[in-house]
Design a protein around this ligand. Structure first.
Ligand code: PDD
Length: 317
């Protein structure tokens, strides 16, 4: 991969979404590994970055996170991600580790220091460091924060989307507050590993009524045989994905028929198309569910069009 200073004239040109790249994007492309992490007020080399063994994130998974796409050096839907972080922190009564405006600066600086042009920025906040006790630590204990950023290869993602992915289904045995984006992800980890060990990329979680809730790290969608686009309502049973919310707006603009309701695994097996959404993958077509082909086994036109148009509906910051 070629990387190095961008021709300064290029910064004045609009990219193909009709927007200018910000001046802090000095690199066309980036080295494959991220190198700097922001940890509680300091930018550290990844080798030296560590957290206290009594951090409540480490001991109790007592924390929350956000993951935001970086595209052409810009943050995608930052406002909504920060809003969801606010909600997660409020629900768990964790204090902001720094002012939201300062967090916005730290996110950009972490992206810049890691020379991420296309990739992700990850923010994790925990209830801080305290002697191990299940109850909350004394008032005033500062929250801990870590911010990292990493490059992703957009071409590899496009190749995957052109092929589509396989998913398996597993029982959803998570707690009842999966609407909070907590770092407590053990059921998701186990579900994802089941998928990997069966040669699939994602596991769809299925509730006790046989209805799909969401993927282990994605929201789940189908297109029915009569062309309706269906995804589960964002109640307490799923995470309200930012990609999901933007896509609902995009669907309406495109005049597609949208139904926000739970769908069964049987309905998914019979669907014309299926796909998953997440900030790191946008819209990823699903071509196989539990070993059965979805439609003709190729990415469908609805998923493909939504993937192509997604960033026109997203907010660029
Ligand atoms: N996952 N559902 C779950 C369980 C998730 O973990 C995610 C995101 C989503 C999609 O949310 P969004 O569109 O806001 O990315 C749905 C992130 C990417 C992760 O854990 O890596």
């Amino acid at each position: 991969m070629k990387w190095g200073p961008v021709n300064p004239v290029r910064l004045l040109h609009k990219n193909w979404y009709g927007r200018r790249s910000p001046p802090w994007v000095f690199f066309r492309s980036e080295p494959p590994l991220s190198r700097v992490a922001y940890v509680n007020g300091r930018y550290l080399s990844r080798r030296d970055a560590s957290v206290n063994i009594e951090d409540r994130g480490y001991q109790f998974a007592d924390g929350v996170y956000e993951l935001c796409e970086v595209r052409e050096g810009r943050l995608i839907d930052e406002r909504r991600h920060i809003e969801r972080l606010r909600r997660s922190l409020n629900e768990l009564k964790i204090a902001w580790p720094l002012a939201p405006s300062a967090l916005a600066v730290v996110m950009r600086e972490t992206i810049r220091r890691n020379r991420v042009y296309n990739g992700i920025v990850y923010v994790q906040v925990t209830r801080g460091v305290a002697r191990r006790d299940h109850a909350f630590p004394p008032a005033g204990t500062p929250s801990s924060i870590v911010v990292t950023a990493r490059s992703l290869d957009p071409a590899a993602n496009e190749r995957l989307a052109a092929e589509g992915i396989a998913v398996i289904t597993v029982p959803d045995d998570r707690w009842s507050r999966v609407d909070i984006k907590t770092i407590a992800l053990l059921p998701n980890v186990l579900a994802k590993q089941s998928a990997r060990s069966q040669g699939a990329r994602e596991a769809w979680l299925v509730d006790q009524e046989g209805r799909v809730t969401e993927g282990s790290s994605t929201n789940a969608w189908i297109v029915t045989t009569d062309g309706k686009v269906v995804t589960r309502p964002a109640d307490n049973g799923i995470l309200r994905g930012i990609t999901r919310s933007v896509l609902i707006d995009a669907l309406k603009v495109q005049g597609l028929v949208f139904e926000e309701r739970a769908f069964s695994i049987t309905e998914a097996h019979a669907a014309r198309e299926a796909f998953v959404t997440a900030a790191s993958q946008i819209v990823m077509p699903v071509v196989r569910i539990d070993g059965r082909l979805v439609g003709d086994g190729k990415p469908g036109p609805v998923a493909t069009a939504l993937r192509r148009d997604f960033h026109r509906h997203a907010e660029w910051a």
